[in-house]
Design a protein around this ligand. Structure first.
Ligand code: GLU
Length: 290
């Protein structure tokens, strides 16, 4: 096997949480077990999050306190919008993107009107309203400067690439059926690249060979696999790990401040004690008891 490269890719939307620690440790330990490297990537593309710099600073403090280190240079997504723009341009040239002028409430209303709207485990699928707009209408609305997002036409993607495979190290080989995930948004004004686009471009740019991340992103990997296929990017191996739960068996939410690493640190826990509790949780159906 060529060199193993994993990554920890937090979104600075709040303080680091024990769930982040689990993700970070999975990536670090997998790399260490295979003599590989573990990279750090800050996924801060949502420029509407005013406090993200503050959270990044706190994150570095938490990582240092935990004694968790990463290899090589840190990749920061907010400095890479030009790279995402050129990936978008390629998709546009391939005729796979279309502008969508619908607002969230319009989409809700369209879905309500449809009665039983198709959906995937990621939520309702966009009904494709703007995909059917006449070319002249699109040109006119763009020229007028109407607010819009860019969506990918997954039916066309499927015609182009079929149903590519990918492998989850726990669940085995998976088949991606692009049209099942709907025409997802790849860019909008306040977020010039979506998570889906940035993550595949960056995993390729960083040479990531193994993506370890939470089970909540399992379905999203189908979308990532479709994007890798159209953009001609390498396909990493995936390992989606289970998520931590609270005493009632409910998934720990990121906004659950009581489980932030900063609060555990403030409560006097040592990094060893935090790691120990994480180990205990994993041995006990993922229930975090601290
Ligand atoms: N940035 C994502 C998060 O913090 C993780 C993305 C990934 O691992 O692909 O939830």
């Amino acid at each position: 096997m060529s060199q193993v490269i994993t990554r920890f890719a937090p979104t600075p939307s709040g303080p680091l949480h024990v769930g982040h620690l689990l993700a970070a440790l999975q990536a670090r330990c997998f790399a260490d077990e295979h003599g590989g490297r573990c990279l750090l990537r800050i996924e801060d593309i949502d420029i509407t999050r005013a406090r993200s710099r503050e959270w990044v600073e706190l994150m570095y403090e938490d990582l240092q306190w935990l004694g968790l280190h990463f290899d090589g240079e840190v990749m920061v997504q907010s400095g890479r919008f030009d790279v995402y723009a050129s990936a978008l341009e390629r998709l546009r040239e391939m005729g796979l993107l279309y502008p969508c002028f619908c607002t969230r409430s319009e989409i809700k209303a369209q879905i309500a009107e449809m009665g039983r709207a198709p959906h995937s485990s990621l939520g309702y699928l966009y009904p494709g309203t703007c995909r059917k707009l006449h070319r002249d209408v699109v040109a006119e609305r763009l020229a007028r400067g109407d607010a819009h997002a860019w969506r990918i036409d997954m039916q066309r993607v499927q015609e182009l690439i079929g149903c590519p495979l990918w492998e989850d190290m726990r669940r085995g080989v998976q088949c991606c059926v692009p049209s099942e995930y709907g025409d997802v948004v790849l860019a909008r004004k306040e977020m010039p690249a979506s998570y889906h686009l940035a993550v595949v471009v960056d995993d390729a740019a960083q040479g990531v060979s193994h993506v370890t991340r939470g089970e909540d992103l399992f379905e999203a990997t189908h979308i990532h696999r479709a994007l890798q296929a159209v953009l001609g990017l390498p396909v990493p191996l995936y390992c989606h790990h289970e998520l931590l739960k609270d005493n009632t068996g409910r998934r720990l939410a990121k906004r659950d401040g009581a489980r932030s690493l900063a609060s555990l640190r403030a409560a006097g826990l040592s990094p060893q004690a935090v790691r120990q509790s994480l180990k205990a949780a994993l041995a006990n159906e993922g229930i975090w008891k601290v």
